[in-house]
Design a protein around this ligand. Structure first.
Ligand code: ZN
Length: 483
């Protein structure tokens, strides 16, 4: 396949390296502690960072990242991927398998191969326990302090340090770890079927930005210093082996859609809408441009604007436009039309969580509550983090007299929105009511206990205990991702 065997030259060095990286240096740094650190970071991030909830965006990142992670030998961790609304080109990995990318990165990559290169590099840092080993060997920070610094690097003020730059300084990977992550990341990306050379092309782009930006390089380069030596080594390895070139600048449909949504979320929204309008108007017969403009208009709530380009896209053969036309009909209170379109959409792609979720809404609108419940469940099977599907399912089941299930899903919606005190209250109610043999009862119990502990650790002094009685319904919609 692509660039088969391209890393032959490094093979000998790699064997030695792999032996070193297979286990952490000290027994003190156990995998379990890394997992706990990652989980705590993930809870803090969900409560404090603007995470993007768009199923289309998450589906792409999880697909590319998951494909890479599935090629790891002896994987110690489950990998979780999340997207933060932030225009800077950045990605980072937290010990224990938690990988975060900024919307700026999704907007900045030209191909899935480039995204795979960055994700492969981050996964390599996690898999080889780099941060944990670095802290261990230098004795610089306890895990608690590391957590604070990790938070600071994404968002100054959230974590322990006031400046993202000084946090990044503390998290800067050692030179040999950077080279190891380059090598391993390229290998993983290649094993997953991506072009490892794309990593280099992306780093070259970043290096260009670094030269232009002067004293404030892109944040990614603060934690992953891009030295000439590192570039030279990567170039030598990649250029030594002829391989199939992927088409430069060609975006897959899914990447183009994730790019549009990421750009819209990071904003400014009207400017992004205007850019997609111009792109469409410059080539109105291009179905993909029409689709993307219609999609952004729909997300912006410009229903009248969205219709014509989405129709044009469908006529031009962009089948994905059917789902958007269904969503549009639903927002225009035309539930019958919406059901027709959304049923066609789930038939076309039965693994599309957003299509199932929107179909659930349309079924609900016409009073088909059984079908609505099934569609919401299907959406959650495909994307268990679809907060709005949990919320609507919770309300629906509460109305149907299934109080335990209702509280469970409302609790999950609150948890996913980072509203932990509310989540604790609702999940505890669910655990009290659900039958003993229901697996969600245990899930509710475990998660509420974990969140309670997290809240206590977070606010040891002025903490008000979580409420002991749950409100019947959430005060407001929690998930901005789907409207
Ligand atoms: Zn790195």
């Amino acid at each position: 396949m692509r660039r088969a065997g391209f890393l032959g030259r490094w093979a000998a060095a790699a064997v030695a390296l792999a032996a070193l990286t297979a286990r952490p240096c000290s027994a003190d740094v156990s995998f379990q502690r890394e997992r706990e650190l990652g989980r705590r970071f993930a809870l803090a991030a969900r409560g404090r960072l603007p995470l993007v909830g768009d199923p289309d965006v998450l589906r792409l990142v999880r697909r590319v990242g998951g494909r890479i992670a599935s090629h790891l030998e002896d994987s110690f961790f489950d990998y979780h991927f999340a997207v933060i609304r932030d225009p800077s080109i950045n990605a980072f990995a937290v010990p224990g398998g938690y990988v975060y990318v900024h919307t700026g990165l999704l907007v900045g990559v030209a191909s899935e191969d480039e995204l795979a290169g960055v994700l492969g590099h981050e996964i390599a840092h996690v898999h080889a326990h780099h941060l944990a080993r670095q802290q261990e060997s230098t004795q610089l920070m306890s895990h608690a302090a590391l957590l604070g610094v990790l938070l600071s690097v994404i968002h100054p003020g959230f974590g322990a340090l006031a400046s993202a730059a000084s946090a990044a300084q503390q998290l800067r990977y050692r030179r040999e770890f950077e080279q190891e992550a380059d090598y391993l990341g390229a290998r993983y990306a290649q094993a997953a079927g991506y072009d490892p050379a794309a990593m280099l092309s992306f780093f070259e782009k970043l290096a260009g930005q670094q030269r232009m930006a002067g004293p404030t390089p892109p944040p990614y380069l603060l934690t992953h210093p891009l030295t000439d030596e590192r570039m030279t080594r990567l170039q030598a390895v990649l250029r030594a082996t002829p391989g199939t070139q992927t088409e430069k600048g060609e975006r897959s449909f899914e990447l183009a859609r994730a790019h549009a949504l990421a750009a819209f979320r990071q904003g400014p929204p009207l400017q992004v809408l205007s850019e997609y309008r111009q792109s469409y108007q410059s080539e109105p017969t291009d179905g993909r441009r029409a689709y993307l403009y219609g999609l952004v208009a729909l997300e912006a709530g410009r229903l009248e604007t969205a219709g014509p380009p989405l129709e044009a896209a469908r006529k031009a053969g962009v089948e994905a436009a059917t789902r958007e036309l269904g969503r549009l009909a639903l927002r225009g209170r035309n539930a019958d039309e919406a059901r027709k379109m959304l049923r066609a959409a789930v038939e076309r792609d039965p693994n599309d969580p957003l299509a199932w979720f929107e179909l659930g809404r349309a079924e609900e609108e016409v009073g088909e509550t059984g079908r609505a419940r099934d569609a919401f469940r299907r959406a959650l099977d495909l994307d268990p983090e679809l907060a709005e599907a949990h919320r609507r399912l919770g309300i629906l089941q509460g109305k149907q007299g299934q109080q335990g299930r209702g509280f469970y899903h409302l609790g999950m919606a609150a948890y996913l929105a980072g509203e932990y005190p509310r989540a604790v209250a609702q999940l505890e109610r669910a655990a009290d009511i659900l039958p003993k043999d229901d697996p969600d009862r245990r899930r509710a119990r475990d998660l509420s206990a974990e969140l309670r502990e997290f809240l206590q650790m977070e606010r040891p002094k002025k903490a008000a205990p979580p409420p002991t009685t749950a409100p019947a319904l959430p005060a407001r919609a929690q998930a901005p991702a789907v409207q």
